[in-house]
Design a protein around this ligand. Sequence first.
Ligand code: KG4
Ligand code: ZN
Length: 330
Amino acid sequence: MKILGIETSCDETAAAVVEDGTRILSNQIASQVEIHARYGGIVPEVASRQHILSIIPIIEQAMAEAEVTWSDLAGIAVTIGPGLAGSLLVGVNVAKAIALAQGLPVIGVNHLEGHIYANWLSNSSSRSVPDFPLVCLIVSGGHSDLVLMKGHGDYVILGRTRDDAAGEAFDKAARILGLGYPGGPAVEQAARNGNATSIQLPRAWLKGTGDFSFSGVKTALLRLVERGMASTAADAAASFQEAVVDVLTTKTVAVAKEHRVKQILLAGGVAANELLRQQLRQKSSISVLVPEPVLCTDNAAMIAACGYYHFQAGKIDGLDLDVIPSLRLG
Ligand code: KG4
Ligand code: ZN
């Protein structure tokens, strides 16, 4: 069963075809990074206009790469939120137009749920699929959520950030250190030449909860730089990355143990971070699954995978489907 996925929640215009919720037949992404880089962040109005230019060619490329026609598809899955309203509207309206013209069902997908389902994807048959119950750490530009899943579509939020999301913290740290945009990859790159023990940055443990807080470590970094106390940007980047990864991994492993789950999943753009991937595997005695980096950052294959499981559960939407920019999980 083949599903076309469409993702336009932020600054990537993406389309993909996925078979049976697991096998990627195509995965096309048009990134707007260079367009927004000159502003140091995403400009919503510019993003939605760019989605309008890219969406049809990207869908055509995804269909061509997968060697499918409309009649080969079982449905169209599209991100309805959370995200930028103007950006989401482009994907949802294109999905509905195709659904109407081709007589296909449309399936609205929560972007965060999509990130989790990147863990079901593979280009080959060798990768094992996740085992329930599991705990998933979703770390993206807008979210840091710890989620318990006992089955498909069953989410219990065990923790979330009380202020900045992990990705947002990386982006702000990069700005403080003058490392450019997008921040996560820039901090990771700079940290490669730095010493993570050179500067001691605070960690907010918020004991007894699954919640996170990253505004303290960000402010501590800012104060160091303002006082000229950070030896080099590389050392500061390495120390910052170490502090954020330490909290994320320690708390995720503790929560997973407490709930006696069979597996830990990692998801979202920050999951592309190599130190986070390594440390989670090192600290956990429970099996850890992490999507390949290109499937951690925004893509449409994860939306198609998630849409397949909705479809299997009979969760199909009508042409009144609308965007929900502040959509939550669970
Ligand atoms: O999931 P995503 O692509 O978009 C959202 O749904 O927000 O996540 C984007 C976030 C950005 O904050 C970006 O800086 C961060 O993920 N990110 C990283 C890395 N790659 C992307 N953070 C740390 N290390 C990385 N390698
Ligand atoms: Zn995302």
